[in-house]
Design a protein around this ligand. Structure first.
Ligand code: DP6
Length: 327
C-alpha cells in the first residue's frame, strides 16, 4: 500500500552555509527559516519485496546516483529501526522549478522521511525525523516544521542534536513571500559542492561561522516580538554576508544574475517608500521578498515590472511535512 507525504520548501532568513562533517551532513552553523505554503513536494512511497536497489523517480525522471545513494542510506536507517527488511519505491513531484535556488531538496527530503516513518511504522517525532532529513540535505531538517523554524548546530558527533525545532506557527505572524523568478534553469554549482569549496578556499569562512549566533539570536527575538524591521535588518545582513562569503571562495561563487541585482534595488526602493519588505537569496538567482501581512500584492506588482523577471510566485507561510490520507 502506498503512503503519501507532502512538504513545503523553506527559506533561511539566517543562512546555513558550511558543514562540520560531510558524512552525517552536520552543519557548521545553526540557521533560522520560514516554511512556505503554495510550493509543494508530494511524495508517494511503497514498500516492495523486489531485490536490488531502493528506487526513486523525481519529477518523472530517473534520479542521479548521489540521490539513489542517499535514499538507500535513509531507507536502511528505517529498515534497521523497524526490523522490516523491504526495499522502497519512491515517486516525488514538485510543483515548482527543481534545483534553481528554491530548496527543492529541503521539501523533498522532509517529505521522504515523513513517508518512510509512516510506511515503516517507526512513529518518530518531527524533531527526530529532522535529524534524518538533515542527512539528505541540511536545510531539509527545517521543513519538518511549519511557520518559523530553527536549525540547531548541535555538539554531538552522531548528529542526534543537530535537529530543527519550531519557533512560531505561521498563523501567529502570517508573513507573505513573493518569489521573483530570475532564471528557470538549474544552478551550476550545488549548495553541497559550493559549501565545501568555500570552506576549503575562503579566508572569511571562520569569521562567518563565529558571527552566526548573534544573528540567530536577533532573528529569534525579532520573530518572538513580531518586529518586522529587526527581522528585515538581520535577514538582509545574513543573506549578503553569505553571498559575500561565496564570492570570496576561489574561484568565487556567483549565484546571482543581473535580474537578481535589479530585484535587490527594487526591494530596497519599496522599503524606502515605507513598504515593509525585505529580500533574501539562496544558492541561485531567484530573489525572495518577504513582506509584512497584507503587502504581498503591492510587492508582487513591483517585482513583475523588474527587467528580466519571468514570473513571480506568491505564497504565505505553510505547515510542516505531513502525511496525506485523501490523495
Ligand atoms: C543557501 O541544505 O541545500 O539555501 O546540506 O549540502 O544539502 P546540503 O545543502 P542545502 O543548503 C542550503 C543553503 C542555502 C541556505 C539555507 O537554506 O540555509
Amino acid at each position: 500500500m502506498a503512503v503519501f507525504a507532502v512538504a513545503h520548501p523553506n527559506i533561511a532568513l539566517v543562512k546555513y552555509w558550511g558543514k562540520r562533517d560531510t558524512s552525517l551532513n552536520l552543519p557548521a552553523v545553526g540557521s533560522v527559516s520560514i516554511t512556505l505554503d503554495t510550493l509543494v513536494t508530494t511524495t508517494q512511497l511503497c514498500l516492495s519485496q523486489a531485490q536490488g536497489e531502493d528506487q526513486l523517480v523525481l519529477n518523472g525522471a530517473s534520479s542521479t546516483p548521489a540521490q539513489v545513494k542517499k535514499l538507500g542510506q535513509l531507507a536502511q536507517a528505517f529498515r534497521n529501526l523497524s526490523g522490516i527488511d523491504k526495499k522502497v519505491q519512491v515517486t516525488s513531484e514538485n510543483n515548482f522549478p527543481t534545483a534553481a535556488g528554491l530548496a527543492s531538496s529541503a521539501s523533498g527530503y522532509a517529505a521522504l522521511v515523513k513517508a518512510l516513518n509512516q510506511a515503516f511504522g517507526t512513529e518518530l517525532s518531527a524533531q527526530e525525523l529532522s535529524a534524518f532529513a538533515r542527512i539528505g540535505s541540511g536545510s531539509a531538517a527545517r521543513s519538518l516544521f511549519g511557520g518559523f523554524a530553527q536549525m540547531h548546530l548541535g555538539e554531538r558527533d552522531d548528529g542526534k542534536d543537530a535537529i530543527a525545532t519550531q519557533l512560531l506557527a505561521g498563523t501567529e505572524w502570517p508573513l507573505e513571500v513573493v518569489v521573483a523568478i530570475a532564471s528557470e534553469t538549474a544552478k551550476d554549482v550545488s549548495s553541497t559542492v559550493g559549501m565545501e569549496a568555500t570552506r576549503t578556499t575562503s579566508g572569511f569562512y571562520q569569521s562567518f561561522i563565529e558571527t552566526q549566533n548573534v544573528d540567530i539570536e536577533q532573528a529569534i527575538e525579532a520573530i518572538r516580538a513580531r518586529d518586522f524591521s529587526s527581522l528585515a535588518d538581520v535577514s538582509e545582513y545574513s543573506c549578503l554576508k553569505m553571498h559575500g562569503l561565496m564570492l570570496s571562495a576561489r574561484p568565487g561563487l556567483v549565484y546571482w544574475n543581473h535580474t537578481t541585482v535589479a530585484c535587490i534595488h527594487a526591494v530596497r526602493s519599496l522599503r524606502a517608500d515605507g513598504i515593509p519588505v525585505f529580500f533574501t537569496i539562496d544558492a541561485g538567482p531567484q530573489l525572495k521578498a518577504v513582506c509584512a501581512p497584507g503587502y504581498g500584492n503591492q510587492v508582487a506588482t513591483a517585482l513583475k515590472e523588474v527587467n528580466g523577471v519571468t514570473r513571480v510566485l506568491r505564497t504565505g507561510l505553510g505547515s510542516g511535512a505531513h502525511i496525506v490520507t485523501d490523495h
